[in-house]
Design a protein around this ligand. Structure first.
Ligand code: F0G
Length: 434
């Protein structure tokens, strides 16, 4: 198997060596992806191998990413891999959420069960393996919080030095705390995500630091495993829809690539449609889709949303993501702050829970079923991208009626659940509970 980096721009398509430190095409500036030539083992053989590995105690086989390593064969030597047993995330039925979303049935693939509590771990184990292969000693990212938490953990476990850039004041404390705990040098920059990304690109080149943002093609390869594992858990029956939140659009790109490859290799016999959901105040990809991809992509200078994970106005992977939405006959939807907050509380009522950005999925599904785009009896998987404990401040404020959207608009705690202060008095408490 031969692996290379390929420019995705249709007018270019140039190939580069897999060990070159590149994030964009040196010829045209396009995004790069990992590309493979040579023949893959037959699908049935690989399905059997993946199943057998579930009985193995070998770390690589226990990883819900590396178990599927034949489907992203970019490494020449797996000794570069550091695994925290990422992936292995459950498929959970959410009947209350299904009813709320206008569906007969809804399954969540919950990436919040990952070691650092988000889907970023699926990609980070691959990005860090590549960093070690390239003998890089320092790795960096700009992040709305989850990428930095994940990178900090994997870099620490791999003996690399993590350097993190965060938008000051706009990430949840849970995520910041993780980065600090894993020992990352953490710089809080007074700028938004998009501005800091431009800054870090300059610094990475100047200081010889390996960048692990999602334009890094190896992170995208790892995030393919979210969909691969999902199909494996469904005995390779593709659903009608896969719905996910869209921020920087790396995950959308990874899901689309995985689906195309699984389909081409005969693992699945149909392509699910992608439903990408953005928060109303940070929805440049939605706006672009409304124009059917015509004209230039227009970034949003001041993105806003309480779902800080997807507070991104200039998503770097939009060209890849747009291709995947088109190929899968997908749709892009946007939802309000109120819709995200209510959907999140409904996911909570299923005993599942997630962080705000993840709940955009259910809010989007509710809109798409109401519009008749998704049928009530469709087979839908929604991907919950982050753990409920990532942003507890948001939860407490919602349930106690103190949550305010950007611009000071009060969020109505429609499904609020206030804690009640009571005296240390059994009679009074019994009375209250009767
Ligand atoms: N959900 C969560 C919980 C996220 O952390 C992110 C992205 C997304 C959804 C959007 O995914 O960017 O692939 O479209 N978080 C990034 C970060 C930007 O820095 O942690 P995307």
């Amino acid at each position: 198997m031969q692996a290379s980096l390929r420019c995705i721009a249709q007018s270019c398509g140039a190939h580069f060596g897999i060990e070159e430190v590149l994030y964009n095409c040196p010829k045209c500036g396009g995004l790069l992806e990992a590309s493979y030539s040579g023949s893959f083992a037959p699908a049935n053989e690989l399905k059997r191998t993946f199943l057998d590995r579930r009985l193995s105690n070998a770390p690589l086989d226990q990883s819900g990413v590396w178990r599927y390593r034949e489907l992203f064969p970019f490494l020449d030597d797996v000794s570069h891999v550091v695994t925290l047993r990422e992936g292995n995330t459950p498929m959970l039925d959410g009947p209350i959420a299904a009813a709320y979303g206008g569906l007969d049935r809804l399954t969540f693939k919950h990436q919040g069960f990952n070691p650092t509590g988000s889907f970023k771990d699926n990609g980070m184990t691959c990005g860090v393996a590549q960093a070690r292969r390239l003998k890089m000693t320092r790795v960096a990212c700009v992040s709305t919080g989850n990428t930095s938490a994940s990178m900090a953990a994997y870099a620490a476990a791999a003996g690399l030095e993590p350097l993190i850039f965060l938008p000051h004041g706009n990430i949840s404390f849970g995520k910041l705390a993780q980065a600090l705990e894993y020992g990352a040098r953490t710089l809080q920059v007074e700028a938004n995500f998009d501005e800091i990304l431009a800054l870090v690109r300059v610094l990475a080149e100047r200081l010889g630091i390996y960048m692990l943002n999602s334009m890094n093609p190896f992170r995208i390869e790892g995030q393919k495993s979210i969909v691969i594992e999902m199909m494996d858990q469904r005995d390779w029956r593709a659903p009608d829809w896969i719905v996910l939140p869209g921020g920087n659009l790396g995950n959308t790109s990874a899901f689309g690539k995985a689906l195309r490859e699984l389909h081409a290799l005969g693992f699945i016999d149909k392509m699910p449609r992608l439903g990408v959901i953005q928060a109303e105040g940070s929805a440049p990809f939605y706006e672009f889709s409304q124009r059917h991809g015509e004209g230039a992509f227009r970034a949003i200078a001041k993105p806003e949303t309480l779902a800080t994970a997807i507070r991104i106005g200039d998503p770097v992977s939009w060209p890849k993501a747009w291709h995947e939405v088109q190929v899968s006959n997908g749709v892009v939807e946007k939802v309000t702050e109120q819709e995200i907050a209510d959907a999140k509380a409904q996911i909570g009522r299923c005993g599942i829970g997630c962080e705000p950005a993840s709940a955009a999925t259910l809010a989007g599904i509710r809109r798409l079923t109401a519009a008749g785009t998704i049928a009530h009896d469709a087979d839908v998987v929604a991907v919950l991208t982050g753990n409920v404990l990532k942003d507890t401040d948001y939860i407490y404020r919602y349930h106690t009626g103190q949550l305010e959207a950007p611009g000071g608009v009060k969020i109505d705690s429609k499904f609020g659940n206030q804690p009640i202060v009571v005296p240390n008095d059994p009679d009074r408490i019994a009375e209250l509970l009767s």
